[in-house]
Design a protein around this ligand. Structure first.
Ligand code: FMN
Length: 188
């Protein structure tokens, strides 16, 4: 067993006060010592275009992103919902990491999804829509506990600290189970 497992966290929001990012940071703070959670930034990735991938000089941002995810043992997606689906640039990051064909950096990596919304439904639509990609990407996806974080605008104080005990407990259960999931499914 490795000492610590590295988890690449992909956050589906670019805004400064993002509730998804606050959730990611709260989760990193309560994760067991066996996991290291690191946000891998995805906002600057060029739109996927196979012509660029076929060229000798591929976009540097793509190469750096692929290296970061390749080096991780697992991937955690923490995302809001845009129009009942996944924010476009998060889908773009998935597409960038999945190519060139046969060289996906996601292949076989254990993953999980936490969806976050100020609304009551907890971004259920995005949470389930993104899972469709994990089937083709061959990512063992943790099913339980599910994490649809609703009413998220009320969960953090001005410093970004989580103020809701029930949600903190859910995140603790989630990340504890995720550590077990990663240990079961990580490649090395
Ligand atoms: C383009 C767009 C589409 C949205 N669609 C949804 C939606 O389908 N469901 C939902 O719960 N919230 C939706 N919202 C509201 C987001 O949940 C809200 O802006 C949230 O705070 C975004 O996540 P963040 O705080 O991590 O940036 C949408 C917001 C935007 C900008």
């Amino acid at each position: 067993m490795a000492d610590t497992r590295k988890v690449a966290v992909l956050v589906g929001s670019l805004r400064k006060e993002s509730l998804s990012r606050k959730t990611a940071l709260a989760l990193a703070a309560i994760a067991p010592a066996s996991l290291t959670l690191e946000i891998v930034e995805i906002g600057e990735l060029n739109h996927y275009n196979q012509d660029l991938d076929d060229a000798a000089a591929k976009p540097a941002a793509w190469l750096a992103f692929r290296d970061r995810v390749r080096a991780a043992d697992a991937v955690l997606f923490i995302t809001p919902e845009y129009n009942r689906s996944v924010p476009g640039f998060l889908k773009n990051a998935i597409d960038v990491g999945s190519r060139p064909y046969g060289q996906s950096v996601f292949s076989g990596k254990p993953c999980g999804v936490i969806s976050v919304s100020p609304g009551a439904l907890g971004a259920f639509g995005a949470n389930h829509h993104i899972r469709q990609s994990f089937v083709f990407l061959d990512m063992p996806t943790m099913q339980q506990p599910e994490a649809y974080i609703g009413g998220a605008a009320t969960l953090f104080d001005a410093q970004g600290a989580m103020t809701n005990d029930k949600v903190r407990e859910l995140l603790e259960r989630y990340v504890t189970r995720f550590a077990e999931w990663v240990e079961q499914h990580a490649k090395k």
